[in-house]
Design a protein around this ligand. Structure first.
Ligand SMILES: [Zn+2]
Length: 171
């Protein structure tokens, strides 16, 4: 483990350290504990976000007190911003972190729209992710994803009085 709590060869840690490409639109929110980004390419759909711990941790049970305490308010803030920008019926929260090469804790924040087909709702929404991974093709327009990401970042920033990226500097 590195001094900043990241793991050298973990893909998510590498993205967190700025060594690998993050999702379209860049970082949407960051503090010393959490990083919010759009899902990386191939994206499952426009507006599918991922909230992850900065440090390398693999289960919710292993969160620190600070990470656990900040998770609720931050997730509410983010899902509110997503709701304002995307106008979904709901925003789903899912945490698995067990796909190959992605054990680093990341919570999928997924908009479920009025026109999401019934057979793609609930846990079946992950069919969009498996289709993207299987085909290697984005499940939505990548420029639109970057635009939406910027809009969500602006909403978060507005709610926090300009602090969405307050901890972007060196750690
Ligand atoms: Zn990691």
């Amino acid at each position: 483990m590195n001094l900043d709590g990241t793991k050298e060869d973990c893909i998510t840690c590498r993205i967190n350290r700025g060594e690998a490409t993050c999702g379209p639109g860049g970082v949407l929110y960051r503090d010393r504990l959490w990083v919010l980004e759009h899902a990386i390419e191939p994206i499952p759909m426009v507006g599918w976000l991922v909230l992850k711990t900065y440090r390398h941790v693999e289960t919710f049970a292993d969160l620190t007190e600070d990470e656990a305490i900040t998770f609720g308010p931050l997730t509410r803030l983010v899902t509110r911003a997503m709701t304002q920008v995307l106008e979904p019926v709901k925003v789903y929260l899912n945490l698995y972190a067990e796909a190959k090469d992605f054990p680093h804790l990341h919570v999928h924040l997924i908009p479920r729209f009025a026109d999401t087909p019934p057979d793609h709702r609930g846990p079946h929404i992950f069919q969009y992710l498996s289709a993207a991974v299987r085909s290697g093709q984005n499940g939505g327009d990548i420029e639109e994803a970057a635009r939406v990401a910027a809009q969500i970042r602006a909403r978060i920033d507005e709610s926090l009085g300009g602090a969405a990226l307050r901890d972007m500097g060196p750690r």
